[in-house]
Design a protein. Structure first.
Lengths: 263, 242
């Protein structure tokens, strides 16, 4: 099965960054129909981060895959809050918030990756790049899902609708699960990118459905759209993942029996 | 940008110190990972991050409870409340784990890293099963875990204490200071719980483990610098430097 074509990390990174930012920027435009696009953008970022987690966790972190999802959300939340808050000090710069958050997350991720590689000496060649990507994706996931719940990315609005009522904890935890679960579930010698990406889509979509429930509380109509779209996307992606599992398990069965001489 | 206020620099430094405290705390907690879950290594059978975060977040809750009920509380009181919550959490985890190891799995508690327990004086190597890295939670690991939890809870409480005071003066955050400070603390906490867990490579027995001395300095340096950056970012969120 060596002739499988994989999507290159660069293309997936572009997909995550562009998809994530477009979703976040379009979401405040036509309420109540567009806030759900923030969650769709976050799904793009989830798919990107799942691939980044896959590349770095393949080397064996020694602490399990979940740790990298948690550090991603830790870096992401710090950067997202900074990016959205700092622009409020400059009148007219509110639009730059998500981009500032993305850049801040990349810088923090790069620094942590550099230290992990050169000071802690983890000896993982892709550490710096993947840590940068994971942090950046983490910030997009947090902003994207927050926007789906709050309706726009003004920090004061996000504080009132996402922080005060505790929805941020759901964004944090379910978002982290969406990022780390795909590789955690698929890892092993038979792991394939296509299956993992479909699973990432499905975890992202179910996170979107949960954010839909939260958004019904805060935004009303828009939340219903997010919830229904999230469930539909989850069913689609999960079916795709299911099909891939069937295909791959057939390949495993077909490898032949254990040699008789061993008995 | 105005001239740097000494209290702001103090706040940034306090956040950096508390992040480092969390990092040091992780090294004290006896984590065995998957081997310990099968009673083949000393420590609690789960990941470093889960234990550090579990105890640290309980510390955060108790610290914030103290602060919410007594806003005039001194820093020492908030830190003590955080440490206490954290210690109770980790002690109950270790106690419940020990019950299962002793009466469920049926293994004698022994450490692979030392010959004699410094607290009880009991020989360890006699009770080690062949092919394992020790099993269960000997007294030294239990004590080490309690010390670690105290440091972690105090660290988490300190970040919260600094941030909630900073943010309650901010025009942007104001009344939501507790929520924003809590979430930011959680972010810094996770970053500082994962960094040392990469350093220790998943398992550590406590302060008596040779690994402790080997990895602590570089993990602490990393954590200090990363927390320093987080501190600067935190002050910016409060609009302090602008």
């Amino acid at each position: 099965m060596s002739d499988i074509k994989e999507i290159s990390p660069n293309n997936l990174a572009l997909f995550g960054i562009i998809g994530g930012l477009v979703g976040i920027y379009v979401s405040p435009l036509f309420p109540p129909y567009t806030p759900t696009l923030g969650a769709l953008g976050a799904i793009c970022a989830v798919i990107w981060s799942a691939e980044a987690v896959r590349r770095v966790a393949k080397y064996g972190l020694g602490t399990g895959v979940p740790s990298i999802g948690q550090i991603a959300m830790g870096m992401g939340i710090v950067a997202a809050m900074f990016g959205l808050a700092i622009v409020t000090a400059f009148p007219g710069a509110t639009m730059a918030g998500p981009v500032v958050a993305l850049i801040t997350a990349s810088v923090i991720g790069f620094i942590i990756g550099w230290f992990a590689q050169n000071v802690i000496k983890m000896k993982i060649p892709v550490m710096i790049r993947c840590m940068t990507e994971i942090a950046a994706a983490g910030s997009l996931v947090i902003i994207g899902f927050s926007v789906a719940v709050a309706g726009n990315f003004e920090f004061s609005n996000i504080i009132a609708m996402v922080f005060d009522n505790g929805v941020m904890l759901a964004v944090f935890w379910v978002g982290a699960m969406a990022m780390l679960h795909p590789f955690n579930a698929c890892l092993g010698p038979d792991e394939r990118q296509k299956r993992l990406l479909y699973l990432a889509g499905s975890t992202g979509a179910i996170t979107m459905a949960i954010m839909g429930i939260a958004a019904i509380m805060t935004l009303g109509t828009s939340g219903v759209i997010t919830l229904i779209l999230g469930i539909i996307l989850w069913l689609i992606f999960y079916k795709k993942f299911w099909d891939e599992v069937y295909k791959d398990s057939a390949a495993v069965v077909g490898t032949g029996l254990i040699p008789k001489t061993e008995a | 940008m105005v001239a740097l206020d000494p209290t702001l620099i103090m706040n940034v430094l306090l956040i950096a110190i508390s992040g480092t405290l969390v990092c040091i705390a992780v090294h004290f907690i006896p984590v065995g990972g998957a081997p310990a879950a099968m009673a083949q290594a000393t420590g609690i059978g789960t990941g470093t991050v889960e234990l550090a975060a579990g105890s640290g977040l309980v510390g955060l809750i108790t610290a914030s409870y103290m602060y919410a009920n007594e806003p005039a509380a001194s820093m020492a009181l908030v830190l003590a409340a955080g440490a206490m919550g954290s210690m109770i959490m980790i002690a109950s985890t270790m106690f419940a784990g020990s019950l299962i190891y002793a009466y469920g799995v049926g293994v004698p508690f022994a450490s692979a890293q030392i010959k004699k327990d410094p607290f009880t004086g009991a020989r360890q190597d006699l009770y080690m099963s062949k092919g394992t890295q020790g099993q269960g939670l000997p007294t030294v690991c239990f004590v080490s875990g309690i010390i670690g939890a105290a440091l972690g809870g105090a660290g988490g409480g300190l970040i919260y204490f600094v941030l909630v005071q900073l943010y309650s003066q901010s025009a942007l955050i104001g009344t939501s200071a507790a929520a924003v400070a809590g979430v930011f603390t959680m972010g810094v906490f996770y970053v500082n719980a994962v960094i040392p867990s990469y350093g220790v490579g998943g398992t550590i027995e406590g302060f008596h483990d040779p690994k402790f001395r080997r990895v602590l300095p570089k993990d602490a340096v990393t954590s200090f610098i990363v927390s320093l950056i987080c501190g600067v970012v935190a002050v910016f969120i409060g609009g302090g430097l602008l």
